[in-house]
Design a protein around this ligand. Structure first.
Ligand code: SAH
Length: 355
């Protein structure tokens, strides 16, 4: 028997081509797209508005792949962390975070990560592989299947394992499906993509016409410090990154988000806050301060609440919109930067290199 084609991961145009190649009218492609993504179908048998003969033929030739749910942990604060298995046996984590009556889904885009930020556990895994479009989209479908009555996912954030812009093509295709009204129908303003600052891909994203929110993991306001914390800064230094962001086509009434992990004695001094004010002057933006989430393999510490608040006060006094992001799901290692699978955790030395 010929290998079945997996329809999950195909765009609307690709599904239309698939059906017309098989002698079916183009609107069957629409129907398949809506069944697979809009309604989360996992079999052709349930596609009741398709002729039975067509359903049977589809089942012979095609499949609808799905991640295997391997585990779910629930934090004291209600955060849920899911472990999913991919077809090749690799594993990924996805987090569902309750927040004021709605849920935010935090999606992974790669197994591991190549960027090796000095304070991030996912980075210690190294880069294993990119996720496919289907694997990114299916995280949301799998979460939706697990919702309790009355629960709804309000926001999607690409802030799990991996660097979404390093996996540009699969990520942007997944976003298109997630945002498509016939697909999962998440409005782009309810989707945020977080990047370490890959300049060429930020430019491409701006040109893509996909108005998702952009978050940039900054963590330092000088090259000297950022080179150490976020090694990709050596390739795309702050001058280049900030010029790119200043030119980014922000939709009206939107702001860029900057993430800044606060590390005790490293980047949390009042002068660091003042450098940050200078760097961001005039940009339509908001800043999320993330007090470091600690783990044995991370060679840094979280600053005291007082230092965090002093840092925030300096930013606020300069007119910068600033929030302190509370860690969620700490007790189940679901918090920012703590996602890691399959025992790949290694130790980092203080320069951020693998020991
Ligand atoms: N690679 C992308 C997407 C990951 S988002 C990016 O870097 O933006 C995850 C966020 O958590 C990033 O801002 C990352 O810098 C941050 N993070 C990593 N390790 C952390 C830690 N130990 N404590 C708090 N935040 C951390």
């Amino acid at each position: 028997m010929p290998n079945k084609i997996d329809l999950k991961g195909l765009s609307l145009e690709e599904l239309e081509r698939f059906v017309t190649d098989h002698g079916e009218p183009v609107y069957r492609g629409h129907q398949l797209f809506h069944w697979i993504y809009g309604r989360g179908a996992t079999t052709f048998a349930e596609m009741t508005d398709l002729p039975i003969t067509l359903r049977a033929r589809l089942a012979e030739r095609a499949s609808i792949g799905a991640l295997a749910p391997l585990g779910r942990e629930v934090s004291q604060d209600g955060t849920r962390k899911y472990l999913f298995g991919c077809a090749d046996g690799r594993q990924i984590e996805t987090v569902l975070i309750p927040d004021e009556g709605r849920l935010t889904a935090c999606l992974s885009t790669q197994v591991g990560c190549a960027l090796a930020c000095a304070f991030c556990l996912t980075g210690t895994m190294g880069f294993v592989r990119h996720l496919q479009t289907a694997e990114i989209v299916d995280q949301v479908l799998a979460l939706q299947r697990d919702l309790q009555p009355g629960e709804r996912i309000g926001n999607l954030v690409l802030m799990g394992m991996g660097e979404p812009l390093h996996n540009y093509d699969a990520t942007v295709k997944a976003l298109t499906i997630l945002a498509h009204p016939l697909g999962l129908a998440y409005p782009p303003r309810r989707i945020a993509l977080s990047t370490v600052g890959l300049v060429p891909e930020i430019v491409r994203l701006g040109q893509s016409g996909l108005p998702v929110n952009l978050a940039v993991s900054l963590h330092a306001a000088t090259d000297e410090l950022r080179d150490r914390l976020v090694p990709i800064n050596r390739r795309y230094p702050l001058k280049v990154l900030m010029a790119t962001l200043r030119a980014y086509p922000l939709p009206s009434r939107r702001r860029l988000t900057f993430e800044y992990v606060l590390i005790d004695g490293m980047n949390d001094r009042p002068e660091d806050a003042r450098e940050l004010v200078k760097l961001l002057r005039g940009l339509r933006c908001k800043i999320n301060l993330l007090p470091l989430n600690e783990a044995p393999a991370i060679p840094f510490h979280r600053p005291s609440r007082e230092r965090v608040e002093t840092f925030q006060r300096i930013l606020k006094a300069a007119g910068l919109l600033t929030t302190i992001r509370e860690s969620r799901g700490m007790d189940i290692s679901a918090a920012c930067g703590l996602l890691v699978t399959a025992g790949a955790e290694k130790r980092l030395d203080t320069a951020g290199h693998l020991a």
